[in-house]
Ligand binder design. Structure first.
Ligand code: HT7
Ligand code: ZN
Length: 876
């Protein structure tokens, strides 16, 4: 595959000012007529008009009413030399939406038409300069059979509609805002609507609509509430108002990602839109609120100001993830206080460590603004999104909330309506705050996770504490990053000591700006030997190498005044314990949990003062993929043995406490999505997890009871999960009951598929999970054409179950499935393919079967650029 480089960017020689599209919709053969109004770009070197296409049948092309004599036409590119400064292109294209299983461009799903144009899907609809810096005004006419497709939607405002011959009808939409083609959308389907009218901060009345299949309409309430909250929050926090008369969201069952921010017509994977207490967990409720907000926030960060080219993707994605994280934190804190805010931060860091840290250490490592790619769809990554959000968060930390807001205001004042770069964003932040951010920009071009180390020296006589911080980034020794490091010092009683630096005193936490390879700070007036609390709130996306003994970890786990660091201390102690046990398992030594850890864990479990949501986070072991990443060499079987041992041991030792706490976690009354109730359910479910892992009969009974009596999906799935992740005799009957209850509910069945694919084997005599996964592939509810099903079943196995997946059989199965998926949907196949990219960090025996599987896929026929890039980089 061809490599595209950031350094090769050239502005377009010909821009498009207006696009007039006409769709004669038909699943087998849709005719797309397009009229482009073209203008020579005075700021670009002279060149031909370039139109891009992908799997299109060109019916006709005319320039200014005539067929061009010397157009250069290939399957993917049309070049035409044009005279003068303006021109009109008329293009007719034929496409087959029903055959479009890649779900990019125009496709059908459950009898309706839907589009997905980001990143390069528009070129699968019609010939176009399909890149984000080509911004134009769109008028779109949709024409379709009225009985089958009564609802016809596109971006902007409805400016006409009516009946046509032969039972067909049409609707015409006009979008007042110039936009890039990736934000174009259309929907034609049989849908029902949930509507709400609200008044925006300037007093305009706007119409909010959520469209779904009629049967799902009752599941749209939470999404509508979330949308209204998001609109209000963006007004209050950033002064940003909805700029449209109507804002629509549509649910679709077949979708490659979570959702898409098309201007005024967001399209959502139904999984991230539809919820009732009986069908969605608390985590689903939180995700829906966050994603509805995320897509809405893109209306400003992404749509009004967009990216110049796809290398700048983090400009909109990192910033918008940061905005949705802040939104969720504010929503949670409004009802659950600061502890709920800390829990959100912990959740976000868990995701970063589990997904982004491994990515940054493997063959797909890239800076948040990549320098090159083969297939842009492969770069919608945890690095661009989650690490990108951390980089934005550091800007807010460095500039303060008010300074950050000033920077945002200047960014919009300068760039509204433009396609810009990450440099433009940072320049606005710098200029609004009178601060030189040149060094900070290095974060945009640095791959890999930087490492931070600290050493402290206490001088009792002088009452000083001297802290030296050092940073290290692989391959960039001479270019230090600017790293905001929030620190605290704990006294022997566990309380924060006041921090005095250069005569200025701060009460608890102090922000240090590390901008050299190594730097030293001396705190004065330190009356006792302190314990360091470093990187509070996870103030930078780095790995902190702390040389803490068990006693210090236990102390911080019990007392750190920063809730994030208190959780982190527990995670560190757990990590040390699990990896120690895994090393014993790998060497065939007997496993024994260190008593120091048991004592610290027991104290944490017994702490009744903790908020339940925080308590659940603090008592949950680190994620398996994160731990695997921390292991050298990665040995998934040994790690699984260690995790099972620890869960079992902690479950047994504290069985009575887990049972008591589970009882204390009961939530009375109707379901509420409220931080307090969510926390109680999370903690209650964790208690069941430990009890069932321990094989406690009372635990099995408690889980069975909760499963049978559950008043909502969080309780039901929590109990079922505890049974499935154990050797409980009730396991299979509970799975069967769940299936019977939700047999026709495709979204809920995804949970049932995922649970079984991710199941650990507590009974060594049981068949490997692979056998069950193969059976489920043939289940009537499974469809390889539906990404949600693939992510649930195959993702549940390849990504969420390393202890079972990593075996020669698992790897051969992976190769077989990637080849099959590649023919159906390259984007989905590439996502699944990433499960083996870190193969070089595994044990030699596993490396051999992983390599074989990768080579099988690499050598297969018809490999898409998406999968080719992943396996090619893995094998390179
Ligand atoms: N901006 C959207 C990205 C997206 C996407 C990208 C590639 C292929 C399919 C896709 N669907 C949605 C979603 C977002 O980040 O808001
Ligand atoms: Zn986004």
């Amino acid at each position: 595959p061809q490599t595209i480089r950031r350094a090769d960017y050239q502005p377009l020689a010909w821009t498009v000012t207006d696009v007039d599209l006409h769709f004669a919709l038909d699943p087998a053969a849709t005719l797309v007529r397009s009229r482009l109004t073209l203008k020579r770009n005075p700021r670009a070197p002279a060149g031909p008009l370039v139109l891009l296409g992908d799997e299109l049948e060109l019916v006709s092309l005319q320039i200014d009413g005539r067929t061009p004599a010397a157009a250069r036409i290939t399957d993917t590119r049309i070049e035409v030399d044009l005279d003068g400064d303006t021109a009109t292109a008329d293009i007719v294209t034929r496409i087959a939406p029903a055959k479009n299983t890649a779900l990019s461009g125009l496709y059908t799903s459950r009898g309706g038409f839907f589009t997905q144009c980001e990143a390069e899907g528009f070129r699968r609809i019609t010939w176009f300069p399909d890149r984000p810096d080509a911004m134009a005004r769109y008028t779109v006419t949709l024409e379709a059979d009225k009985a089958s497709y009564p609802v016809l939607l596109s971006n902007g405002n409805l400016v006409g509609h009516g009946e046509l011959a032969d039972g067909r009808h049409f609707a015409r939409w006009q979008d007042p805002f110039p936009k890039p083609s990736y934000l174009f959308a259309l929907v034609a389907a049989d849908l029902a609507v949930n509507e709400r009218r609200i008044t925006t901060m300037s007093g305009r009345e706007v119409l909010l609509q959520i469209w779904t299949e009629t049967a799902a309409l009752e599941r749209t309430g939470h999404a509508m509430e979330s949308l209204v909250r998001a609109i209000r929050w963006d007004e209050e926090r950033f002064g940003l108002e909805l700029d449209l008369e109507r804002f629509m969201i549509v649910a679709v069952s077949d979708f490659n990602m979570g959702a898409m921010e098309n201007k005024g017509l967001n399209i959502f994977n139904s999984k991230l839109l539809l919820a009732t207490p009986d069908t969605a967990t608390d985590v689903d409720y939180e995700s829906i609120e966050a994603v509805v907000a995320h897509e809405y926030f893109h209306n400003w960060t992404g749509n009004r100001v967009t990216c110049r080219d796809w290398f700048q993707l983090t400009l909109k994605e990192g910033l918008t993830v940061f905005r949705d994280q802040e939104f969720t934190a504010d929503m949670l804190a409004a009802e659950g206080g600061d502890s709920a805010r800390a829990v959100k931060r912990i959740d976000d860091v868990r995701v970063l460590r589990a997904a982004q840290f491994p990515e940054d250490a493997g063959p797909m490592a890239h800076p948040i603004r990549p320098d090159s790619y083969q297939e842009i769809n492969n770069f919608y990554t945890a690095t661009v999104y989650e690490k990108g959000a951390e980089v934005i968060r550091m800007l807010q930390t460095l500039l303060g909330r008010d300074g950050f807001r000033k920077g945002m205001d200047l960014y919009f004042a300068r760039h509204d309506g433009q396609a810009v770069t990450c440099d433009d964003f940072v320049a606005a932040m710098a200029d609004a705050n009178g601060r030189d951010l040149t060094q900070f920009l290095r974060w945009y071009s640095r791959p890999g996770t930087p490492r931070l180390s600290a050493s402290g020296r206490y001088d009792a006589a002088a009452q000083t504490y001297t802290l030296t911080l050092a940073q290290r980034s692989a391959g960039a020794a001479d270019e230090a990053l600017l790293i905001p490091v929030a620190v605290g010092l704990l006294g022997a009683d566990g309380r924060d000591l006041p921090l005095t630096l250069a005569g200025a005193t701060a009460p608890g936490t102090r922000l240090l700006e590390l901008d050299a390879a190594e730097q030293t700070w001396t705190f004065t007036g330190v009356a006792e030997r302190p314990v360091l609390s470093l990187l509070r709130g996870f103030s930078a996306p780095v790995i902190a190498d702390l040389d803490e003994d068990d006693a210090t970890l236990a102390f911080r786990m019990a007392h750190d005044g920063d809730p994030f660091n208190r959780w982190d201390a527990a995670q560190r102690f757990m990590e040390r314990t699990v990896l120690g046990l895994a090393a014993d398992a790998a060497a065939g030594r007997p496993l024994a949990t260190p008593e120091a850890f048991v004592a610290a864990f027991g104290a944490l479990l017994a702490d009744d003062a903790l908020d339940p949501a925080f308590h659940a986070q603090a008592l949950a072991l680190p994620g398996e993929s994160y731990l695997l990443e921390r292991m050298t060499p990665a040995d998934p079987a040994a790690l699984r043995t260690a995790l099972m041992h620890l869960l079992r041991d902690l479950g047994k030792r504290f069985a009575a406490d887990w049972l008591d706490r589970h009882l204390d976690c009961r939530v009375a009354g109707d379901y509420r999505y409220h931080p307090r109730d969510v926390g109680l359910r999370a903690l209650g479910n964790l208690c069941l997890r430990y009890l069932c892992a321990a094989g406690e009969l009372a635990g099995f009974a408690a889980a069975e009871r909760q499963f049978a009596q559950a008043g909502n999906m969080s309780e039901r799935l929590g109990a079922l999960g505890a049974l499935v992740h154990s050797a409980a005799p009730q396991r299979d009957s509970a799975l069967a009951a769940f299936h019977a209850h939700y047999a026709t509910d495709t979204l809920v069945l995804d949970k049932w598929f995922a649970l079984q694919a991710g199941a650990w084997r507590w009974d060594p005599a049981a068949a490997p999970t692979l056998a069950r996964v193969r059976q489920l592939l043939a289940h009537p509810a499974f469809a390889a054409t539906n990404p949600n099903k693939v992510y649930a079943l195959l993702g549940g196995y390849f990504r969420a179950n390393p202890g079972e997946f990593h075996s020669p059989d698992g790897h051969a199965f992976w190769a077989e499935q990637i080849v099959a998926l590649n023919a159906i949907n390259p984007q989905v196949a590439a996502r699944m393919a990433r499960a083996l990219e870190r193969w070089r960090s595994f044990t030699p025996a596993l490396q051999a079967s992983m390599r074989r599987a990768l080579e099988t896929v690499a050598a297969s026929e018809g490999l898409s650029p998406d999968v080719a890039e992943i396996v090619g980089k893995a094998l390179a």
